[in-house]
Design a binder for this molecule. Structure first.
Ligand SMILES: C[S@@+](CC[C@H](N)C(=O)[O-])C[C@H]1O[C@@H](n2cnc3c(N)ncnc32)[C@H](O)[C@@H]1O
Length: 255
């Protein structure tokens, strides 16, 4: 076994840490978002150990924070990316990690439970086409217990502030580009270059190409009111904005 293999299996936190740093450069308020998600979990579980679906959970950033805050919590992480799934399995254990494609309605069959207290998802569902996302919201209602909560934090501009939103986005991009140029933090592309060079994760890149087909992001960024309307349409009892930061928001919906 190479030293790198040992690093992934025994110390997946090195990859987790570099993923977190890379993502934080795009989302400086990322921890604030996660705290808002976990507050919603606390609000619907009232001291009981939560059962959570970490949707498109990547390396496991949400599940790890969930387990830290609620030591008895159980989570199922669903994702499609073979590289991110390998990191998630190393840090969360193989039991709670499921490979499935959210573009296909059959993804639900891969789940071990249908009565989650919460479905949490961050910076991911903009990868789906809006039509597919509308259906997915209904499928997610179906895997929540009555009174359970769905929280989705993602790019969701406010239609009422187009000028300010685009200026804020531009300023954030400028700051981020400067950090990347100075080598303060890895960019998305550079992070994947590190993965490709790793003896354990690198060989999974070919499979990654296959599952995403080279074109993995729809990058639609529907406005926040579109999401709330879609959630009501999907049959949720309540739906609204839980958190807001610039062009991004967390919407929550109660079954
Ligand atoms: C930017 S990452 C966010 C991951 C994690 N939620 C976080 O905040 O660190 C977006 C995630 O969506 C996943 N994803 C994209 N399309 C998917 C699909 N069709 N099915 C399952 N997961 C998908 C990607 O593999 C990736 O892990």
């Amino acid at each position: 076994m190479s030293p790198y293999t040992t690093a992934l299996v025994e110390e997946p936190h090195a990859w987790q840490e570099s993923w977190d740093r890379q993502q934080e450069a795009y989302l400086p308020d990322r921890e604030e978002r996660f705290a808002a998600l976990l507050d919603a979990v606390a609000a619907v579980t009232d001291g009981r150990s939560p059962r959570v679906l970490d949707l498109a959970g990547g390396t496991g950033s949400i599940s790890l924070r969930l387990r830290r805050r609620f030591p008895g919590a159980k989570s199922t992480l669903v994702d499609l990316d073979p590289v991110l799934l390998a990191i998630a399995r190393s840090s969360l254990g193989p039991g709670g990690v499921v490979a499935a494609d959210l573009r296909k309605p059959e993804w639900v069959k891969a789940l071990p439970n249908r009565d989650y207290d919460a479905v949490l998802t961050a910076t991911a569902l903009h990868w789906l086409e809006p039509e597919r996302l509308t259906r997915l919201y209904a499928e997610l209602r179906g895997v929540l217990r009555v009174g359970g909560v769905l929280v989705n934090v993602d790019h969701m501009p406010d239609r009422g502030l187009p000028t300010l939103t685009s200026r804020l986005t531009e300023r954030a991009r400028h700051r981020r580009d400067a950090r990347h140029a100075a080598g303060a933090v890895l960019s998305w592309r550079e992070w994947w270059r590190h993965v490709a060079a790793d003896p354990t994760l690198g060989p999974l890149m070919a499979e990654r190409e296959k599952v995403f087909g080279g074109n993995h992001a729809a990058e639609t960024a529907e406005p926040v009111d579109w999401h709330i309307a879609a959630l009501r349409e999907a049959g949720f009892a309540e739906a609204g904005v839980l958190w807001r930061g610039g062009a991004d928001a967390a919407i929550a919906a109660l079954r």
